[in-house]
Design a protein around this ligand. Structure first.
Ligand code: R5P
Length: 299
């Protein structure tokens, strides 16, 4: 038997439960007068000796979602599931995956340890910033790569594009879909000021004149990375630029920034607890891919 427990009102939990033909347990949640969070499983007896999938995502309101997810994991664990799987498409804090400046924590690693210690047996996530983060989970984890699906969608609009990673670390994110779809790929040399967060690019020999471009990234937050790279590629003579990203946080003026940097479309996966409505944005459904990966770990 399979039981699904969703983060309160997270649409993905219902979809997963229905596609897996599982029982979804209702969650009662409230906030105490002093601001502390409370959750209660409506039917805890449906957890015992069952495989349980907790479906959550860590954006928006990262801290609240992280803590409430931990409470759900603990509530489930207290009722003796035979296996506890956490499906968390977006892992917040994953970018702080090392000590960049002395005195910093490794936040990404801490989140992994919290999930493991709370009782998660298997962790499934989508395109985590760097797979090295998952080593801190110290258990079975699956990083579902979806850039091939995003690039496939972008190909509706472009002619034989070059797939570009906005920095060397993201090269695999570009090379995988490029190889799948028989496209050229390359990367840019990005620098980020660790204090101001500002992004700049070093010159690098890259032939994009007259070519359409798909920039592939994991996260669009302020839009600075994509806006800078799009501007640079268009200046080098690129024809059209489309962006494909797994997690579109798009904070503040991000969309305006992308629009004014000449980005034609923003192709996103639906990995967050919110959706942005804008003429530039198109979402790609990745639920079948998640089901495929879930089925493997459930078996
Ligand atoms: C950084 O290395 C990530 O892969 C993204 O490129 C970055 O988080 C994007 O942030 P922003 O949109 O604020 O430039």
């Amino acid at each position: 038997m399979l039981t699904v427990i969703g983060y309160p009102n997270y649409w993905l939990a219902k979809v997963i439960a229905s596609k897996l033909k599982a029982i979804e347990i209702d969650v009662y949640d409230k906030v105490f007068p002093d601001g502390e969070l409370y959750v209660r499983l409506a039917n805890p007896e449906r957890v015992a000796l069952n495989k349980v999938v907790i479906v959550s995502t860590f954006y928006p309101e990262q801290e609240k979602r992280i803590l409430k997810t931990m409470l759900l994991i603990d509530a489930a664990k207290n009722n003796n599931p035979s296996k506890l799987i956490a499906l968390i498409p977006y892992l917040a804090y994953s970018r702080q995956d090392k000590v960049f400046l002395p005195g910093e924590p490794v936040s990404a690693c801490l989140i992994m340890k919290l999930l493991k210690n709370a009782g998660v047996d298997v962790l499934l996530t989508v395109d985590v910033h760097s797979s090295r983060v998952l080593e801190c989970f110290n258990g079975l984890s699956v990083n579902v790569m979806i850039s091939d699906l995003l690039v496939k969608h972008a190909l509706r609009y472009l002619n034989n594009p070059v797939v570009i990673a906005p920095d060397k670390g993201a090269l695999e994110r570009a090379s995988l879909p490029a190889k799948t779809h028989g496209l050229d790929y390359d990367y840019l040399e990005k620098h980020r000021d660790r204090v101001t967060g500002e992004v700049s690019y070093s010159p690098r020999e890259i032939n994009v004149r007259g070519r359409d471009i798909i920039i592939v990234d994991d996260i669009i937050s302020t839009g600075g990375t994509i806006a800078e790279s799009s501007r640079m590629l268009l200046k080098k003579g690129a024809n059209r630029v489309i962006v494909a990203a797994s997690h579109g946080l798009l904070v503040g003026e991000a969309i305006k920034k992308l629009e004014s940097a000449g980005v034609l479309k923003v192709i996103l996966a639906d990995t967050l607890g919110l959706r942005h409505e804008h003429k530039l944005i198109e979402y790609v459904d990745i639920t079948d891919k998640l089901i495929e990966e879930l089925n493997k770990v459930i078996a």
